[in-house]
Design a protein around this ligand. Structure first.
Ligand SMILES: *[C@@H]1O[C@H](CO)[C@@H](O)[C@H](O)[C@H]1NC(C)=O
Ligand SMILES: *[C@@H]1O[C@H](CO)[C@@H](O)[C@H](O)[C@H]1NC(C)=O
Ligand SMILES: *[C@@H]1O[C@H](CO)[C@@H](O)[C@H](O)[C@H]1NC(C)=O
Ligand SMILES: *[C@@H]1O[C@H](CO)[C@@H](O)[C@H](O)[C@H]1NC(C)=O
Length: 190
């Protein structure tokens, strides 16, 4: 009778200890996950469009504009943020005027990183647009630039979160003064 009781008690103790250890491990992991390892929201901190180059001739009319498009993304995670290859677009009155590739890139852990490209708009292609003449006469040509970056935040090898960065800017190009102004929007979706 006695040895059986002892072994049963031993089994019970073993069970309790095992459960306790598993519980502690789970709690520690959950705390780690929700503090250090949890994928945090990345942020677009700046986005800008600059006039890299402009050249135009009045007759016959030719206009080439190179726009520099930069998106600065802040990655607050303890893991890297990897982007796939992408494309930046410039549209004129809703019609694609130019595009440029953005190469796949990695934002290191806890860092800010510029993702940039240049878009060459050859305005000869826009001349057929019925509104182009009036815009040209006003000296101000409006473009919209847009960038979409599909990526993944990797906290540990197995903790991955998909994230997509959207950015767009309304650009007013004053081709006579050879300058531009821009207003930008951006967001990140998970
Ligand atoms: C505009 O760029 C195109 C393509 O690069 C080139 O063929 C053309 O000569 C350029 N025009 C001007 C006015 O610079
Ligand atoms: C991304 O672009 C680079 C350069 O254009 C190319 O070499 C690479 O194969 C592309 N990667 C993917 C996954 O398409
Ligand atoms: C171009 O954009 C500017 C600034 O947003 C705006 O004031 C202007 O009316 C626009 N021009 C045209 C022709 O849409
Ligand atoms: C661009 O040129 C226009 C026309 O000369 C001027 O009104 C405007 O202030 C200039 N903008 C910038 C950012 O220099």
């Amino acid at each position: 009778m006695e040895p059986e009781k002892n072994s049963r008690r031993g089994l019970k103790l073993c069970c309790i200890i095992t459960t306790l250890v598993v519980f502690i491990v789970v709690v520690v992991f959950v705390i780690l996950f929700f503090t250090i390892l949890k994928p945090k929201q990345a942020k677009v901190i700046t986005q800008s469009v600059t006039l890299e180059h402009i050249k135009w001739v009045p007759l016959p009319f030719h206009l080439n504009v190179t726009l520099g498009v930069t998106v600065t993304v802040e990655n607050p995670n303890h893991g890297s943020f990897k982007f796939q290859n992408s494309t930046a677009y410039a549209t004129y009155r809703g019609v694609e005027a130019a595009s440029a590739p953005i190469e796949a890139d990695t934002i290191p852990a806890r860092a800010n990183h510029d993702i940039s490209t240049t878009v060459l708009v050859v305005a000869d292609k826009l001349v057929s647009n019925p509104d182009f003449g009036a815009d040209l006469a006003s000296g101000c040509i409006n473009f919209t630039t847009s960038v979409t970056l599909h990526g993944k935040v990797t906290a540990l090898k197995f903790l991955k979160t998909k994230a997509t960065v959207y950015g767009s800017c309304d650009v007013s190009l004053y081709y006579l003064a050879e300058n531009l102004t821009s207003v930008c929007w951006s967001s990140i979706k998970y």
